[in-house]
Design a protein around this ligand. Structure first.
Ligand code: NDP
Length: 415
């Protein structure tokens, strides 16, 4: 987001909204934690009694989280990995990255299982510490982003140096802040966030077992779907380097908080709900959510792969045929075959269908377990709109040709 080039009035409005986000976003994570743990996920009005449940950081939550970040950083640095170059930056440079996320995920899960097996920690501990961890991660990210601001300001370009301190803190003072060769955005986007999401899910399933003596099919399904999502993310780790966040976003509080707090503690709301709801899904319900997730996963993975493979080999057949594309004046190619000929972002549709399948595991008793697909629909519609604006500015008339040829934005025939 290029805040520095906005008009003074628009910029002031953005600055006010940033202050709102800095206060409101942590509040939202507390709301969910309290509602799900103390009010059975009811959509309650948050009065004084409600907020009295906000948990301060505990010694265990602080110790765990600092060790967690250190452990993940060590794995990222020390484990062997494939060395790759990122996409070209606006100044033509390409940054080096090391890809070892899948190994880090596997070793972390193995270490957690070993720690539980050795009696060092109880399997349900991330549930027991859920509230304290929400507070701790919010505080660590808020304070860490102050340090990040100083690191990033030292590496900012001329345009980025026009951001004031609030803007630099919130949207990020530069695009790819690094300490030595260690890329802070690439690390925080995936390692302490996506891998923690997996551990939180496993701990919630363990808590259901501890409380009810069994793990329901709904809990097994939602954990399987979400762990598959994370494993797939790391299996195709090089595809992360071509995402909007890595290529175009600066790294500040918004991205750091979104990854390190929001992902592990808001994306795990369905299993959190199921801890107190061990009722099994009927066989037809379980089959339905399994099929919905499978369809979503297929659309999501195959569409992302089509674009990714096309970018390295434009001649590789798609659905058995030579791909169609638009040659742009800038030199890049816009794919119009396969999923990319059906809609401009079929990948978003697949991703959303998976989110819906995760929530269906929770039945229809409450609205809040459906927060994720509702929020995600808004996020993806906004993201598509922003990406379209960016591409229209980048490709000009070629983008118009593309949008005439591929009419639908996300859902063919509907939107
Ligand atoms: P995309 O992977 O769709 O990338 C968009 C970029 O691709 C555009 O900016 C453009 O970049 C290029 N592009 C667009 N159309 C074409 C085309 N027809 N042919 C060739 N290149 C094209 O978007 P995102 O990075 O937003 O998303 C990646 C995945 O991550 C998605 O599946 C999404 O669902 C998922 N996601 C998940 C989130 C979550 O919280 N779970 C959050 C956000 C995303 P350029 O012009 O630079 O080539």
């Amino acid at each position: 987001m290029d805040v520095a080039s906005l008009s003074p009035r628009k910029r002031l409005l953005f600055d006010i909204s940033f202050i709102g986000m800095l206060v409101g976003l942590p509040g939202l994570t507390w709301y969910f934690a309290i509602s799900f743990v103390h009010y059975d996920a009811a959509l309650v009005w948050p009065g004084a009694a409600f907020w009295s449940h906000v948990e301060p950081p505990s010694a265990a939550s602080i110790g765990f989280y600092l060790l967690w970040i250190g452990f993940q950083a060590l794995l990222a640095v020390l484990l062997p990995g494939r060395a790759v170059e990122g996409s070209p930056l606006p100044d033509g440079r390409r940054l080096d990255y090391k890809l070892n996320g899948l190994l880090a995920l596997g070793l972390t899960v193995a270490a957690a299982v070993a720690a539980v097996g050795a009696g060092m920690v109880s399997a349900g501990t991330l549930y027991d510490e859920f509230g304290a961890l929400v507070t701790t991660t919010n505080l660590v990210v808020m304070l860490g982003c102050v340090a990040l601001l100083f690191v990033a300001r030292g590496q900012a370009n001329e345009q980025e140096r026009r951001l004031n301190l609030l803007e630099g803190y919130t949207v990020g003072a530069c695009r790819n802040p690094r300490i030595g060769g260690f890329d802070l955005k690439f690390f925080c986007e995936s390692r302490p966030s996506m891998i923690l999401w997996v551990l939180v899910d496993l701990s919630l399933a363990a808590k259901q077992f501890e409380l009810h003596g069994s793990v329901s099919n709904a809990m097994l399904l939602v954990c399987f779907f979400q762990i598959l999502y994370v494993a797939d993310y790391f299996y195709f780790e090089d595809a992360i380097l071509t995402t909007w966040d890595i290529k175009h976003e600066n790294f500040g509080f918004m991205l750091a908080w979104g990854c390190m707090v929001w992902i592990p503690f808001a994306y795990s709301l369905q299993p959190l709900y199921l801890v107190a709801h061990p009722e099994p899904l009927p066989w037809w319900g379980a089959t339905g959510v399994f099929l919905l997730n499978a369809v979503g996963f297929y659309i999501f993975r195959s569409s992302n792969l089509q674009k990714h493979r096309f970018s390295s080999d434009p001649m590789e057949p798609i659905w058995g045929e030579k791909p169609d594309f638009i040659q742009t004046e800038r030199g890049s190619l816009l794919l119009t075959s396969g999923w990319w000929g059906i809609a401009r972002h079929s990948n978003y549709l697949g991703d959303w269908l998976m989110g819906l399948a995760w929530s269906f595991n929770c039945g229809f008793g409450r609205l809040l377990p459906y927060f994720y697909p509702i929020y995600f629909a808004v996020l993806l519609i906004h993201r598509e709109w922003r990406d379209s604006k960016h591409c229209a500015a980048k490709y000009g008339r070629d983008w118009d040709r593309y949008t005439k040829k591929v009419r639908w934005r996300i859902i063919p025939g509907i939107y």
